[in-house]
Design a protein around this ligand. Sequence first.
Ligand SMILES: NC(=O)c1ccc[n+]([C@@H]2O[C@H](COP(=O)([O-])OP(=O)(O)OC[C@H]3O[C@@H](n4cnc5c(N)ncnc54)[C@H](OP(=O)(O)O)[C@@H]3O)[C@@H](O)[C@H]2O)c1
Length: 166
Amino acid sequence: MTITLIAAMSEANQIGYKNQLLCKLSSDLQYFKRQTEGKLCVFGRKTIESIGGSLPNRTNIILTRDRNYKAVGCHTYTSTETILHQYRQYNKEETELMICGGETLYSQFLPHADKLYITRIHAIFPKADTYFPKWNSDEFRLVDMKFNKADEKNEFDYTFETWERC
Ligand SMILES: NC(=O)c1ccc[n+]([C@@H]2O[C@H](COP(=O)([O-])OP(=O)(O)OC[C@H]3O[C@@H](n4cnc5c(N)ncnc54)[C@H](OP(=O)(O)O)[C@@H]3O)[C@@H](O)[C@H]2O)c1
C-alpha cells in the first residue's frame, strides 16, 4: 500500500484559516478530484465537516476521538494506528491511502508517507492558522513539478509538485 499526503499550501506551508481553505484554485480542486477518485481518502473530523461531508466516488475515512461520531457515507476510526492496520491488510501495490488533511492528520501521517502531492500556491496568507509540517529534504526528493500561471479561474500562480520518499 502506498501512503500519499495531498495538500495545497502557500510558500510558507500555510494550509487553512478558520477551518477553511486559504483560497480555492479551480485547477487545484480538479487536480485533487483526479488524484483521489477511486481511492481510500482519510480526513480529520474538522476537515470533513468544513467540506460539508463525504465526497463521491471514493472511500471516505474519518479520524475522530468521538467513538459515537457518524457521518453519512464515511467510515469512522478513532486512531491512526487502526487506520494503518486496517488498510495495510489490503497490501496491494495499487492501493493508495490518500491523507487529505488537515494539519493534525498531515503531522501524524508524514512519518508513514511514501509520496507527497503538493500544490504550492505562490502567495503568503498573513491570517493563516494551520500549517503543513516541514519535511526533511533528505527523506523526500522532488520527482515532478509543473508551474502554472494565474488566470481567471486561479487567483495565484501555483506549482504541482510530486515528492517521493528516497
Ligand atoms: N490546504 C489543504 O490542502 C487542506 C486540506 C485539508 C484541510 N485543510 C485545512 O486544515 C484545517 C483543519 O485542520 P485541523 O488540523 O484544524 O483539523 P483536522 O486535522 O481536519 O481535524 C482534527 C480532528 O481530527 C481528529 N483527530 C486528529 N488526530 C486524531 C487521532 N490521533 N485520533 C483520533 N482523532 C484524531 C480529532 O477529531 P475530534 O475533535 O472529533 O476528536 C481532531 O479534532 C482547515 O482550515 C482546513 O480547511 C487544508
